[in-house]
Design a protein around this ligand. Structure first.
Ligand SMILES: Cc1cc2nc3c(=O)[nH]c(=O)nc-3n(C[C@H](O)[C@H](O)[C@H](O)COP(=O)(O)O)c2cc1C
Length: 177
């Protein structure tokens, strides 16, 4: 059976994980300290991990590294779906999850899904990070279109979650089951 795991601060990655799991006839499980040790190494179906990215902090990458330690990356196919606000074409070209995975990247299929950021619900810590980031971007000469998007949407509620984007992952699972 396919395993679907997720991490989520504000619910968008969970929303994708639940919708994906439903399409695959399984239940999505939140990543916990015990998750890696509970996975069946000998199952044939893939493991899919969905997670937000916050700059260099990526709970999904951290989890995939735990899967590697548990010997699962060589035994099961692994896909990592990163949920974020970076513009689609930009994030695919930058492949930040690939970068964070380092030499594990070639053994992990990466997907990128558009996320949701509601400034109205951000925790103080996250709000302050965004404030610092956008202040810096405003002073930056030669802003990229992604920089400009972050400046323009600062303080707003933006929901780009699009469940039809899961089609590509469902197709990948079909090809690896
Ligand atoms: C402090 C902070 C940093 C973020 N950094 C990134 C980032 O580096 N790249 C990106 O694409 N999205 C970034 N985001 C956007 C989140 O990844 C996005 O809102 C995601 O949908 C959140 O997932 P969740 O609802 O499951 O918590 C950041 C959001 C916050 C609050």
């Amino acid at each position: 059976m396919t395993d679907v795991f997720y991490a989520s601060y504000y619910g968008s990655s969970k929303q994708y994980a639940d919708a994906l799991a439903e399409r695959l006839g399984v239940t999505a499980r939140e990543i916990s300290d015990e998750s890696a040790s509970l996975i069946d190494v000998s199952a044939a179906a893939p493991i899919i991990v969905l997670s937000p990215i916050h700059g260099p902090s990526h709970p999904g990458v951290k989890f995939v590294k735990e899967l590697e330690k548990a010997g699962l990356v060589d035994k099961r196919r692994i896909a990592l779906a990163t949920v974020g606000m970076t513009l689609d074409d930009v994030v695919v070209a930058q492949d930040p999850a690939g970068e964070l995975l380092g030499n594990l990247a070639e053994r992990v299929e990466r997907f990128y899904l558009p996320g949701r950021m509601n400034y109205s619900e951000l925790r103080v810590k996250h709000r302050n990070i965004m404030k610092g980031l956008v202040t810096m971007l405003k002073m930056k000469p030669g802003k990229s279109k992604n920089d400009q998007m972050m400046i323009d949407t600062y303080g707003e509620d933006v929901d780009r979650v699009d469940l039809s984007r899961l089609d590509a992952i469902v197709e990948w699972v079909g090809n690896h089951t």
